[in-house]
Ligand binder design. Structure first.
Ligand SMILES: NC(=O)c1ccc[n+]([C@@H]2O[C@H](COP(=O)([O-])OP(=O)(O)OC[C@H]3O[C@@H](n4cnc5c(N)ncnc54)[C@H](OP(=O)(O)O)[C@@H]3O)[C@@H](O)[C@H]2O)c1
Length: 343
């Protein structure tokens, strides 16, 4: 077990792509839990595009303050406990941030600390059964509401969220078209995730390919990317289409005023609806999502990919991977093995 607490603090608000110099690595003593608290030694960190927003500005959560530890979800092990609900050796997840250790009474800034379900790995807890898997589940089933036979288009289809959306939509009997960057990702989206087709937006003309692949129009768009990719889907909507506005990663590093959606009148013409959502609002229903996803996995209908980086010093570079399209599936970084026997 490390005898110091390494922490990455926010040093500057990023301009464009995040740089190492936007963060500052410090070393502090390991904190001691007070009565009613416990100490978590973090083993795995989750990387999420929304972190780029969290370190830039107030949004659905307040911006991380300059000098504070960078906000992030993670998995860790309870290594000291003065809390009756948490045992030493237990694996837990919560919002532990970019640091080795965290003392908590059970509620981190944006999520409660919860034990890992038996048999669930840290990679699964942060991926398919974590924020990204649940985003896919609730965004598709609750906001998109696809019916069997619908044509569903998923951008960011090889990513953590998109790859689960593809497979849930297939399990619901939809025809699924993925959009992803590069032939290798597209091959995975079709051959492993089971999409009917995948458009390589880096090498193909997306609007033309969507017209070919969805001649009767798109019923549900699950949007992770935004910008021109969203506009291309909007130009090919079916009547009464639903656009699930999950994210718009293509614009997260932009400076200056955001650009508009040039195709917005297609919502009127096609009597369509575009709706955003934030997965944290579904917290009271997470159990339902985990149950649905576990069932699909048990039936062999849900394959996952995790991209696990290593090295505490590589944490800022690992965040960049999401914006460089380097990640394949859920982006994680393993800090250490659990220091104690797992109970
Ligand atoms: N609403 C919510 O509650 C919620 C919750 C979680 C996530 N999200 C959103 O869901 C989306 C996916 O998140 P994730 O965690 O699953 O990440 P991810 O898809 O695993 O990783 C990000 C992917 O985005 C693609 N990308 C990056 N820059 C791009 C650009 N300029 N143009 C096109 N594609 C680009 C890359 O894939 P390619 O190589 O294919 O380009 C990259 O691998 C994000 O927009 C995120 O903000 C929303």
């Amino acid at each position: 077990m490390a005898d110091v607490n390494r922490r990455w603090l926010l040093a500057a608000r990023p301009q464009g792509m995040v740089k190492d110099s936007d963060f500052r690595l410090v070393t502090e003593p390991v904190p001691e839990p007070a009565p009613g608290e416990f100490l978590v030694s973090q083993t795995h960190l989750s990387f999420d595009p929304t972190q780029r927003g969290w370190i830039s500005m107030d949004s659905y959560l307040p911006a991380v303050k300059i000098g504070d530890v960078v906000r992030a979800g993670g998995v860790g092990q309870v290594v000291k406990s003065n809390h009756p609900g948490f045992k030493v050796g237990q694996m837990v997840q919560g919002g532990f941030g970019w640091q080795d250790y965290m003392v908590t009474a059970g509620q981190t800034e944006f999520m409660p600390v919860t034990p890992l379900f038996p048999g669930v790995t840290p990679e699964q807890a942060l991926g398919v059964f974590g924020i990204t898997g649940l985003t896919a589940w609730f965004g598709l089933t609750d906001v998109g509401k696809p019916k069997a036979g619908d044509t569903v288009v998923v951008s960011g289809a090889a990513g953590a969220t998109g790859s689960v959306v593809v497979q849930v939509a297939k399990a619901l009997g939809c025809r699924v078209i993925g959009i992803a960057g590069g032939p290798e990702k597209c091959r995975w989206v079709v051959e492993t995730a089971g999409a009917d087709a995948c458009i390589d937006y880096k090498n193909e003309a997306v609007p033309a390919r969507l017209k070919e692949l969805a001649p009767k129009g798109i019923d549900v768009v699950f949007e992770n990317v935004g910008g021109e990719i969203l506009e291309a889907s909007m130009l090919n909507l079916a009547l009464k289409a639903r656009i699930v506005l999950c994210g718009g990663i293509s614009g997260y590093n932009d400076e200056g005023p955001p650009t508009g959606i040039r195709t917005y009148m297609m919502l009127t013409i096609q009597r369509a609806r575009m709706e955003g959502f934030i997965v944290l609002d579904y917290a009271p229903r997470y159990g339902e999502g985990v149950q649905g996803l576990s069932k699909l996995m048990a039936e062999g209908k849900l394959k996952t990919a995790e991209d696990v980086q290593h090295g505490f010093e590589n944490i800022p570079a690992t965040l960049r991977r999401l914006f460089e399209g380097k990640n394949f599936g859920k982006q994680l970084l393993k800090i250490t093995d659990p220091p104690l026997p797992v109970v």
